[in-house]
Design a protein. Structure first.
Length: 330
């Protein structure tokens, strides 16, 4: 019979086991407008309750929890937004407003995770209910998270050396918008099936980029793809397709690339490091339980790239977002 190691600390277990409590308090605080209320300045629990229209007891519980989690600060009994919540949850104009993404997690994702035991046993997703306004909640939440990914990519990868950028097979125009904003002399092409073209065209128009971009309707697996690009962007493509489809997509991306071009492949990946990057592994479970799509091992994806004529040169993590594998055309 084994015995616990002397001094073994159970805190890590309890931290994970009670994580749903933290998530639900975050969702409730966002929905109640706690972070927006604190945009007007620090507040006591009583003042916060008045601003947000909450019972004082509730306001104190939420504020204490969020300050303990590092999402608020607490000094002399007064609570204030952290830099992150001020930027992303308080309704400011500069950052991506993540409140629609939290609403999606609360209304769509969280109930699915209640059936994760069955998903674990079967490796099958739970049924999705898109009745009422749930489809709108789903799409708005997912596109909001994509907008964050696009912003983090543009802040952590330099698009300025490139003149022709291809966004191939993605579902959100936000990535090409952010790339063209930073690469002011580049021209962008977005290639995808018809369902998403109008959303992308509008995003480019709204950003004032219509004259530096074009949108091409084509099936990424079977359709014709333009060529001659010095930068190819595959964002959130890999997890949506099976192995053979991914091989096809990566080969087509290589044919679209000019000599010496750069590929930026953005997605979540499982890795072989001693400490797995947690956000990627969590999304492996999320994609499984929601719709059965796959977070692949990074080593497998790199193998597809090499076989198609790409040379992987770096993997780079984006804050609060997926990772990118940067590769060069051989």
């Amino acid at each position: 019979m084994s015995h616990p190691s002397p001094g073994a600390d159970p805190s890590s277990i309890l931290g994970v086991a009670t994580g749903y409590m933290a998530a639900k308090q975050l969702f409730a605080a966002s929905e109640a407008g706690v972070f927006a209320a604190l945009a007007d300045g620090p507040a006591t629990a009583a003042e916060l309750a008045g601003r947000a229209g909450l019972p004082e007891r509730t306001a104190r519980i939420l504020a204490d929890t969020l300050s303990g989690l590092g999402l608020l600060t607490r000094e002399n009994g007064r609570y204030a937004n952290s830099p992150a919540t001020a930027a992303y949850l308080a309704g400011g104009e500069d950052g991506v407003d993540l409140r629609p993404f939290l609403a999606f997690l609360d209304a769509i994702s969280y109930p699915h995770w209640l059936g994760f035991g069955a998903t674990t046993a079967s490796a099958e997703p739970q049924p999705l209910d898109f009745s009422g306004d749930r489809m709108q909640t789903f799409m708005t939440g997912v596109m909001t998270y994509n907008a964050l990914h696009a912003k983090m990519l543009a802040e952590n990868f330099d698009f300025t050396p490139f003149s022709r950028i291809l966004d191939f097979g993605g579902l959100s125009g936000a990535f090409l918008v952010e790339a063209l904003r930073t690469a002011e002399k580049a021209h962008g092409t977005f290639v995808a099936p018809g369902d998403f073209l109008e959303f992308t065209r509008k995003a480019l128009d709204d950003a004032g980029l219509a004259d530096r971009s074009n949108v091409v309707e084509s099936d990424p697996l079977t359709g014709e793809i333009p060529d001659g690009f010095d930068c190819v962007l595959l964002e959130h493509v890999v997890h949506r397709f099976d192995v053979e489809q991914n091989r096809t997509l990566i080969e087509k991306a290589r044919r679209a690339a000019a000599p010496g071009a750069t590929l930026v492949l953005l997605d979540f990946f499982l890795d072989d490091d001693p400490d797995q990057r947690v956000i990627d592994a969590l999304h492996a479970g999320e994609y499984l339980v929601i719709d059965g799509t796959v977070v692949y091992p990074e080593s497998e994806v790199r193998g597809w790239l090499t076989a198609a004529g790409w040379e992987p040169v770096e993997t780079r993590a984006l804050p609060g977002s997926p990772r990118i594998i940067i590769a060069e055309a051989r």
